[in-house]
Design a protein around this ligand. Sequence first.
Ligand code: SF4
Length: 351
Amino acid sequence: MTVERFQQGLLDWFDRAGRKHLPWQQQPTPYRVWISEIMLQQTQVTTVIPYFQRFMADFPDLEQLAAADTSAVLQRWAGLGYYARGRNLHRAAQLTLERHGGELPPRLADLIELPGIGRSTAGAILSMGFGIRAPILDGNVKRVLARYGGIEGWPGQGAVLNRLWGLADALTPDHRVGAYAQAIMDLGATLCTARKPDCPACPIRQDCHAYRTDSTARLPTPRPPKSVPVKTCYLLALRDRSGFVYLQRRPPTGIWGGLWSLPEFADRDQLELWCRSRGSAPTNLETLPPGRHTFSHFILEYIPITGQITTVPRVEEGSDTDWRDPDTDTALPTPIRRLLQRINSNPQEYP
Ligand code: SF4
């Protein structure tokens, strides 16, 4: 049967070629498996090994981890990155002490209630720490199973993920569950790699859809490109006769936090209303070609408007508004500095 051939092929390969000397594979208690699994998220095995050893020396069991100061735990975590993992680990240890008397619970539903433990990590703790049958589906296993089962679609989509979990469950054996979990993770990490899978050496190639159809480069389906939202605003460049520009200091948080910038408006009506509310109807507003600036999560499209008003807004000493010479060392965002340089260098075009 295909399922048995898959399981046997993988376990035989693991016995021959799998990794068996990693520190967390020695005395694989649920606690040690848990710590290693959290450390291995988004981090290479070779990086994790010394961190794991130092962590175990300082916090050899769950009770000592729960009793430690958060700062001591994070200090041991320093350099591994993703500090939320370290904080969750510490919090989960404390909750385990409260709820389960200091031992990780041998039940999926209880494990995934703990901070930082998802279904796949829980599956690894159950299978490798307790010897209880439970499927796992970390990033490497998703890749193996998408290729092996020919599962199309980005694994970040719920329906695709459900199919992968279904396959992971169907292929998980009832025996040697810890070795199987380690084997399928190893296969993904060493043979079924993202860029250059070594299919000729793979123990499950006979039934692998991607291998048989030459589609390893296509599977798993990559994440669809994100459409970046575009936010539009109007920026008002008011200048006085000596070339000083009316600036506002932005709030400390948000884009360009704490820098000086031009007054910003959602639409032109608001902009004109603002001018009138400061005692003068704008008479010579000119709209300039729009500019764009790309932030990490959106694109800002700004429409600059220049002009003069007969009564300039007064500013209070020390307030968050000011008339300033933009050529001095005022802390301006780069796109705003460039925009003002363009306006200044071309007063004919930008009155
Ligand atoms: S045959 Fe190739 S694509 Fe299929 S599981 Fe093995 S390494 Fe991955």
